[in-house]
Design a protein around this ligand. Structure first.
Ligand code: NAD
Ligand code: IPM
Ligand code: MN
Length: 351
């Protein structure tokens, strides 16, 4: 009997609602496919910060190291400045566990209304592979001359050969299991010093992977192509900040960010990988029970896949797709009238 130990961190806002929803679906999949999931919940959140002054305990990272995977809702709430909550929880989880590949699939599902005219599901099916531990999100920099007229803020974007090469590797490996095409998100036309280096490493990766077709676009026109030509893309490899932006733009083009999942992977499996929706805590709808659980459910399916439960993962995605295709089982972000519970019930029925 297979047993997987999962650390859950619901976090803040709708994080609680969608993680509970996801757990229900994953439990049903586990029963159906004959394995078990042992959940341990951690209350790390902005609430915890307000009570204790810390988002997570000192030894938090070591506590979750022991698990097979981490299932996270969302981090951030208006009561705590985002730079405090994020540097206190989400960012250390990604960095200290070296979850350097953030894999974010984008897909237009049958039945989901696409904001672009005349686009069919086969037109939008790509994956953003986002570098997740360096680049523009570096710790180097801060506030200068605080409180003076010369006050300023700066940040050094850090791109290492090791960090850049290994994210390229993840992108090309993934492309080989898909339609064998990788697009690089760049901005090497002059002013951004790091990007000519990014391009060199992309070229080096291209040379290592014969049989994979490539393209490269500056991030500005790439954003436009996501809207105008989403069918051009299979795997898109991007730096931390560019990947962050593209992984909200992509899902918006495919109907809703309420569907988009995210796998923070340590491909060598030296640490537990972490699975979460792309979206945040959604303070505007939190507590109302109307969040779309699809992103958390799909992220849960990616977790099952990572744990080797391939059949269960497929069944969860199929159940979710069936539900999305049914007009009467959609949440408000998709133009429907269902709440989170009703949407979960529909996925369970389909499963
Ligand atoms: P957000 O993703 O929380 O919300 C953006 C908009 O999308 C809101 O209108 C929200 O209602 C809607 N939305 C998001 N998820 C939805 C869902 N499942 N169903 C229906 N509608 C949904 O982004 P934001 O408002 O920029 O950020 C809010 C907080 O979340 C901030 O503190 C931010 O830092 C944090 N955040 C955390 C993560 C994360 O933990 N990975 C990701 C993004 C934002
Ligand atoms: C995401 C989020 C985070 C990021 C924020 C909350 C730090 O937007 O997971 O996409 O920028 O990585
Ligand atoms: Mn983001």
């Amino acid at each position: 009997h297979r047993r997987h130990r999962i650390a859950t961190i619901p976090g803040d806002g709708i994080g609680h609602e969608v993680i509970e929803a996801g757990q229900e679906v994953l439990e049903a999949a586990a029963r159906k496919f004959g394995f078990s999931l042992n959940w341990t919940e951690f209350d790390w959140s902005c609430d915890r910060f307000q009570n204790t002054g810390q988002m997570m305990p000192e030894d938090g990272i070591d506590l979750v190291r022991e698990y097979d995977a981490i299932y996270l809702g969302a981090v951030g709430w208006p009561t705590v400045p985002d730079h405090v909550s994020l540097w206190g929880l989400l960012i250390p989880l990604r960095r200290e566990l070296d979850l350097y590949a953030n894999v974010r699939p984008v897909k237009l599902f049958e039945g989901v209304k696409c904001p672009l005219a005349d686009r069919k599901p086969e037109d939008i099916d790509f994956v953003v592979v986002r570098e997740n531990v360096e680049g523009e999100y570096s710790k180097i920099g801060g506030r200068l001359y605080e409180g003076t007229p010369q006050e300023a803020a700066n940040q050094v974007a850090m791109f290492t050969r090791h960090g850049t090469d290994r994210i390229m590797e993840v992108a090309f490996d993934l492309a080989k299991r898909r339609r064998k095409h990788v697009t690089s998100a760049t901005k090497s036309n002059g002013i951004v010093h790091t990007m000519p280096f990014w391009d060199e490493r992309f070229k080096a990766a291209t040379a290592r992977h014969a049989g994979v077709e490539t393209a490269a676009y500056h991030i500005d026109i790439l954003a436009a192509h996501f809207v105008l030509h989403p069918d051009w893309f299979d795997v898109v490899v991007a730096s931390n900040l560019f990947g962050d932006i593209l992984s909200d733009l992509g899902p918006a083009v495919a109907g809703s960010i309420g569907i988009a999942p995210s796998a923070n992977l340590n491909p060598a499996r030296k640490t537990p990988s972490m699975f979460e929706p792309v979206h945040g805590s959604a303070p505007d709808i939190a507590g109302k029970g109307i969040a779309n659980p699809a992103a958390a459910i799909w992220a849960g399916a990616m977790m099952l896949e990572h744990l080797g439960e391939t059949q269960a993962a497929e069944a969860v995605i199929n159940a979710m797709a069936t539900t999305l295709a049914q007009n009467e089982t959609r949440t408000a972000d998709l133009g429907g009238t269902e709440d989170t519970r009703q949407s979960v019930a529909a996925v369970l029925a389909a499963l």
